[in-house]
Design a protein around this ligand. Structure first.
Ligand SMILES: [Zn+2]
Length: 279
């Protein structure tokens, strides 16, 4: 027998063991992943002309919250990892392009999708749910109205039901309160902000060094929408969107939190990306 006969498999096993060896951090961390960008074909639903915008592109990030008591994914990008063909540098879906699979970005910081404790989605639109099937073993944190719209036919054209179909049977916690304190210590709070979709939500994080941050979901898309107080024409309930924006803006003032607009291409480009993290 050649001595190296088992070297390959053993090395693979050792690497797999390392890859799942992420230890819980001592304090809260936030990892930002590049889950792609959106080449918006038409900006008129945002009541903005091309010349009103710094760029028509939108970023489509995903986030991992690592807490001493567990982990939570926030949004899963537009493009499923399975759309990466062997050897291809990019993958696409509709008008989104991804440059690196989410699974590979998680592996770089020592996580497998099956390690992740919780999955929370800002909302059910296609550009936020692309890799949700990877997290079918996590506990899904969702509001009843959002879950209903996801699994009631006819499906909305604004989503890709195949990309979250495994969540139907995932362990699920239905959030029944406006605020949901994920780890029970006030550092990771999912906040109701309906209007863009029936059960749309944003994420509040209390980071020790960075300070408080609110991750927007699609409360806004372009930063110009916030500056000009524009509600897109395609909201599920525009009056609700306006009320949610007012409530979250008041919350930002009260807490001094930064607002990170997920789709803000320019602001997102400046964020540290995994393996770096915010703490
Ligand atoms: Zn979006």
């Amino acid at each position: 027998m050649k001595p190296d006969k088992f070297a390959g498999p053993i090395l693979a096993l050792a690497l797999a063991a390392c890859a799942s060896a992420a230890q819980p951090p001592k304090s809260l961390r936030l990892y930002v992943f590049n889950c792609g960008s959106l080449d918006i074909p038409d900006t008129t639903p945002y009541r903005l002309k091309k010349e009103d915008l710094a760029t028509t592109f939108m970023s489509a990030p995903c986030f991992l919250v690592a807490h001493p008591k567990g982990t939570m994914m926030w949004d899963t990008g537009p493009v499923p990892d399975s759309n990466f063909k062997p050897g291809a540098k990019t993958a696409t879906l509709r008008y989104a392009t991804a440059v690196k699979p989410l699974t590979a970005q998680l592996a770089e910081i020592g996580y497998k999708p099956s390690d992740i404790t919780y999955l929370a989605l800002s909302h059910f639109h296609w550009d936020h749910i692309g890799n949700s099937n990877l997290f079918a073993n996590s506990t899904w944190l969702v509001r009843q109205k959002e879950r209903d719209v996801m699994f009631t036919e006819p499906y909305s054209p604004r989503t890709e039901p195949a990309n979250y179909r495994l969540l139907r049977n995932a362990k699920t916690i239905i959030i029944k309160t406006p605020d949901y304190d994920v780890f029970g210590d006030g550092t990771v709070i999912i906040k109701s902000a309906p209007g863009h979709s029936p059960g749309h939500q944003v994420l509040f994080l209390k980071l020790a060094k960075t300070g408080p941050v609110v991750i927007s979901g699609d409360l806004y898309h372009y930063p110009e929408e916030r500056a000009r107080h524009l509600i897109p024409t395609t909201e599920f309930d525009p009056a609700q969107s306006a009320a949610s924006r007012a409530a979250i803006e008041a919350f930002l003032k009260q807490t001094g939190a930064q607002l990170w607009i997920q789709h803000d291409f320019t602001a997102n480009a400046k964020l540290k990306k995994a393996p770096q993290y915010y703490e």
